[in-house]
Design a protein around this ligand. Structure first.
Ligand code: 15L
Length: 276
């Protein structure tokens, strides 16, 4: 069985991947926060802070591939994005290179392209249009992967994720929904495909309302089975009108918000007691 490092393993996407692929891979599940549940006896939790290069070097040792999810997953303060998403990403890719790990799956985001209008269909060759500092940090990861592929012969699957979850949450996500089983299928292709150098694909299910031409993923063998349209009537019945810019753009509220609640806040540090 291949050993796969997942950074940010305690988050939602990491948890779906570990659960869906528990019988296929040995997961080294790394995060600053403990993972709530291990899905097989093969899975090992390793506490690591990827903004520290020494931690990144340690966790990337001896693995067959890396799924680099660690970092901020929404718009946030620059300092947080810089340290977790930009320095963290550099540390993981560079540590992988030094440890001879060739294959990296990078869950980039639809927010690398979020200022494209919803009226436009884009493919993997469209020029970037990030909608947030978070989106810019994902573009950084894509660019760094491109450099490491061309200069060092490493292999990258860049998955521009939509929204992963059991059901689509709102009208926007009818276009972007990514079911856990389709996610598992695309991740398996990313790990197993013999001929990946540097590929950009969209991480979405086969949604009727998709804004993406995902032919590059289909070319690699991706055959998604779920379609958000199954849930459309229920989703649209509860939809409320939003900000006009957010409604026009693929990135939605990321195009207008400055900060969003961090869905993965670190556990509060216990305040040190003063000695009396
Ligand atoms: C993302 O990139 C985020 O990580 C996720 O939390 C969702 O907000 C998703 O995009 C989305 O666009 O729905």
């Amino acid at each position: 069985m291949k050993t796969i490092l997942i950074t940010g393993a305690a988050g939602d996407v990491g948890t779906h991947i570990r659960r869906e692929l528990a019988s296929k891979y040995v997961f080294r599940a790394s995060d600053l926060r403990p993972v709530k549940q291990a899905f097989s006896t093969n899975e090992k939790y390793v506490k690591a802070d990827i903004s520290k290069f020494s931690d990144a070097l340690q966790i990337t040792k001896g693995v067959d591939a890396i799924i680099h999810l660690g970092g901020y997953s929404v718009e946030g303060p620059w300092e947080g994005i810089l340290s977790a998403n930009i320095i963290g990403c550099y540390n993981v890719f560079e540590a992988a290179r030094r440890n001879g790990v060739k294959r990296i799956l990078f869950p980039t985001s639809n927010h690398a392209m979020g200022f494209y209008p919803r009226s436009q269909t884009i493919d993997h060759t469209a020029y970037i249009k990030p909608d947030s500092r978070y989106g810019v940090s994902k573009v950084f990861g894509e660019a760094l992967g491109s450099l490491y592929a061309d200069k060092y012969g490493m292999e990258f699957l860049m998955m521009r994720l939509g929204n992963v979850g059991p059901v689509p949450l709102d009208k926007r996500r009818l276009s972007l929904w990514f079911s856990p089983r389709d996610l598992a299928q695309l991740v398996t292709i990313g790990i197993e495909h013999p001929d990946i150098k540097f590929e950009i694909v969209y991480g979405i299910s086969r949604n009727t309302r998709a804004w993406y031409d995902n032919s590059n993923a289909f070319r690699l063998g991706y055959t998604p089975v779920d379609d958000a349209e199954t849930f459309a009537a229920a989703v649209l019945a509860r939809e409320q009108p939003g900000h006009p810019v957010a409604e026009q753009c693929q990135g939605g509220v990321f195009c207008v918000e400055e900060n969003m609640p961090n869905p993965a806040p670190l556990p509060k540090q216990k305040a040190k007691r003063k000695k009396t």
